[in-house]
Design a binder for this molecule. Structure first.
Ligand SMILES: Nc1nc2c(ncn2[C@@H]2O[C@H](COP(=O)(O)OP(=O)(O)OP(=O)(O)O)[C@@H](O)[C@H]2O)c(=O)[nH]1
Ligand SMILES: [Mg+2]
Length: 218
C-alpha cells in the first residue's frame, strides 16, 4: 500500500525537465539574465552583476515551475566559443537569443549570428525567443526597432543573394519562422520583462511537447 501511495504521489508530483539554451554575442547580457532568473525563481539568489565575468564555456541554472523544470545553458558568446553552440542544438527544447539593444555598432554582427542560429536545421522546429536586452538604458532600441532592424538586415541579405546568385535561396520554413518571430524587451540588470520571458518559455515548451505527443499518436 505504501509503495502504491508513494508511486501515486510521485506520479502526481513528477516534473518534466526541459533544456533551454541562451545564446547571443559576447556582452549581450546572457549571464546577467541567467543569474537574474535564478534570483527571481530560486531560494538561493544568483550572482550580482558586478561578480559576473565573460563566460568561457558555459554556465547552468535550474528553476522549478508547476510540473516543469527548466534547465538553462548559458553559452559563451565570444567569437571563438560560438562554434560549440551547435553541440547543444540536438538536445534543447527552446532557444533564447539575447541581443544588446544598446549596442548599435554591433547589431549587424548580432543579426549575422542570429540568422545562423535561426536557420540551423537541428532547431528549425524548436521555439525561439529573441530578447532585446538593456531596455533600462535610454539609448536602447525598442522591441519594435529591434524587429525592424533585423527585418531590414534580412531583406538586404535576401536582395544581395538574389543579385549574386540570381535566385531565392531562402527556405520557406525559415521565412515562416521570421514572420512568426517573438521579440520581447527585457532588462536583465533590473529584471524587467524577465518573468514574462520565462512564462513564454514555459508555455512554448509545454505546447511543443504536446504537439510531439500528438504526432507520435500517444
Ligand atoms: N544597462 C544594462 N547593462 C546590462 C544588462 N545586462 C547586462 N548588462 C551588462 O552587460 C555586460 C555584459 O554582461 P554579461 O551578462 O557578462 O554578457 P554575456 O552575454 O554573458 O557575455 P559573454 O559571457 O562574453 O558571452 C555587463 O557589464 C553587464 O552588467 C542590462 O539589462 N542593462
Ligand atoms: Mg556570459
Amino acid at each position: 500500500m505504501y509503495h502504491l501511495l508513494k508511486g501515486f504521489h510521485e506520479y502526481l508530483t513528477r516534473k518534466e525537465e526541459f533544456s533551454v539554451i541562451i545564446v547571443g554575442l559576447d556582452g549581450a547580457g546572457k549571464t546577467t539574465l541567467l543569474e537574474k532568473i535564478k534570483t527571481l525563481y530560486n531560494d538561493t539568489p544568483g550572482l550580482s552583476p558586478d561578480k559576473i565575468a565573460p563566460t568561457v564555456g558555459q554556465n547552468t541554472g535550474k528553476i522549478t515551475l508547476p510540473s516543469t523544470i527548466l534547465q538553462f545553458w548559458d553559452l559563451g558568446g565570444q567569437r571563438g566559443i560560438r562554434s560549440i553552440w551547435h553541440k547543444y542544438y540536438d538536445d534543447c527544447h527552446a532557444v533564447v537569443f539575447v541581443i544588446d539593444a544598446e549596442d548599435r555598432e554591433r547589431l549587424g554582427e548580432g543579426w549575422e549570428v542570429f540568422d545562423s542560429v535561426l536557420s540551423a536545421p537541428q532547431i528549425l522546429g524548436v521555439p525561439l525567443l529573441l530578447l532585446a536586452n538593456k531596455q533600462d538604458s535610454p539609448q536602447s532600441l525598442t522591441v519594435e526597432e529591434i524587429r525592424n532592424s533585423y527585418e531590414d538586415w534580412f531583406r538586404n541579405k535576401e536582395e544581395s543573394s538574389r543579385r549574386r546568385y540570381g535566385e531565392d535561396d531562402v527556405h520557406d520554413r525559415r521565412r515562416e519562422r521570421i514572420a512568426s518571430l517573438d521579440v520581447m524587451g527585457i532588462s536583465a540588470l533590473e529584471g524587467t520583462g524577465v518573468r514574462a520571458a520565462v512564462d513564454w518559455l514555459f508555455i512554448r515548451v509545454q505546447n511543443s511537447r504536446r504537439r510531439e505527443e500528438q504526432n507520435s499518436g500517444s
